[in-house]
Ligand binder design. Structure first.
Ligand SMILES: [Zn+2]
Ligand SMILES: [Zn+2]
Length: 183
């Protein structure tokens, strides 16, 4: 019997194979999409830090096998790994844009203050705690962006819409903050 070349086998398993986040089944293609199912909070990436997973009806990006997709009412498409990484990059970019908008101005609309002057200030001056929370979330997203960027480079697949990065960096720098995605 020929000996199994384990290194090769493991590399084959790792390259291009995806795992269902719900049941761990492996496959070349998975259903990638969104769900508001509370049960999906147990495995959705963005829900890792959800305080109460039994009560999370947020819109969640998940990766599941075809058998699990109906169980978690996933509105998605069957995709290979490159498709998944493109969706993850879109999601990461959307979250970063939301974070930039929030820092720039949206926090002012959420603010519960009688002091109209506060609207002329920056978030870190008005609510340092809230700023720290938002800032560390944004850094986490930027690190995730860098990982996704690296994946596309290593896979030799062109980065989708590569101009997005400099636009984002200009926006962040323009409102007076720093970014890991700048030059
Ligand atoms: Zn599954
Ligand atoms: Zn959640």
């Amino acid at each position: 019997m020929p000996e199994l070349d384990w290194d090769k086998t493991i590399n084959e398993i790792l390259s291009g194979t995806m795992a269902c986040q719900a049941c761990n089944a492996l496959g070349d293609r998975m259903v990638v999409g969104y769900t508001r199912s509370v049960d999906a909070a147990e495995f959705a990436e963005r829900c890792t830090e959800c305080v109460d997973k039994s009560d999370c009806d947020a819109r969640k990006l998940v990766v599941v096998c075809e058998a699990c997709a109906p169980k978690y009412r996933v509105n998605g498409e069957l995709m290979d790994e490159a498709g998944l990484m493109t969706v993850r990059m879109d999601e990461c970019r959307r979250n970063l844009e939301e974070s930039a908008d929030y820092l720039a101005t949206y926090w002012k609309e959420d603010l519960e203050t009688d002091d109209y002057e506060d609207l002329q200030k920056r978030l870190e001056e008005v609510d340092p705690e809230l700023f720290k929370e938002e800032d560390s979330w944004r850094i986490k997203l930027e690190e995730e962006y860098q990982q996704l960027h690296r994946w596309f480079r290593e896979a030799g697949i062109p980065i989708p819409d590569p101009g997005w990065r400099s636009q984002y960096a200009e926006e962040i720098i323009g409102i007076g903050y720093t970014t890991l995605l700048g030059d």
